[in-house]
Design a protein around this ligand. Structure first.
Ligand SMILES: [Ca+2]
Length: 204
């Protein structure tokens, strides 16, 4: 096929455009933690009021004191300023009747999945039920999405080693495809932040 001048020019222009696009993509640092205000925070209930992120700056201001997040199995999310209030909520979830999980399957067979990238992609780390991890080592500040697959209990992630700092509790069956949508502090999300993990609940 012989290209006319106009067509050739247009082919050149689009390949130039592609070059520009790929170089700007390549210029982004890997695993950007999106520290700028997000426009897509998950809805959070604090003191009975529901906050959504239509206005990220207002959301961050309203939730500035929230340190502990509780995500129920259906994704409903609560924020607490005091750890004791979050503890109480988590205990309530952990003590819910679990008749639906009968059948004698030992929880030891359940593994939760943690991923380096969003949308359950990238390096995968599987953690069997009941293994508290005070220090993620190479997985510190790395998790970007997760699936809590245990039938019996949830998992609480902490910002720092040794179950210290802010926390986010994820009930059984909770999935988070992008921790960048989970508020940690103003200008900071849970993406690439968790450093230790505790199991909440007991084997039956
Ligand atoms: Ca990551």
């Amino acid at each position: 096929m012989i290209l006319g001048k106009t067509m050739l020019a247009s082919v050149l222009a689009s390949s130039l455009l592609l070059t520009l696009i790929s170089s700007s993509v390549a210029a982004l640092p890997p695993h950007t933690s999106q520290s700028a205000a997000k426009s897509s925070y998950s809805e959070m209930i604090v003191n009975g009021a529901t906050f959504s992120s239509a206005d990220a700056a207002r959301y961050e201001a309203a939730l500035a004191d929230v340190r502990h997040t509780v995500v129920e199995s259906d994704g409903t999310t609560y924020g607490y300023t005091n750890k004791a209030d979050a503890d109480q909520h988590i205990e309530r979830i952990a003590n819910e009747p679990r008749a639906e999980h009968g059948g004698g399957v030992s929880p030891i067979h359940f593994k939760s999945k943690f991923y380096d990238l969003t949308n359950f992609k990238g390096d995968l780390w599987e953690v069997p039920w009941g293994t508290n991890i005070p220090d993620f080592h190479t997985w510190s500040d790395k998790i970007s999405s997760l699936k809590i697959t245990y039938g019996y209990s949830g998992v609480r992630l902490f910002e720092h080693n040794n179950y210290w700092g802010s926390s986010i509790y994820l009930a059984k069956s909770a999935e988070v495809q992008d921790l960048g949508s989970r508020f940690l502090y103003p200008n900071k999300t849970w993406d690439n932040q968790a450093s230790s993990l505790q199991f909440i609940g007991k084997e039956e």
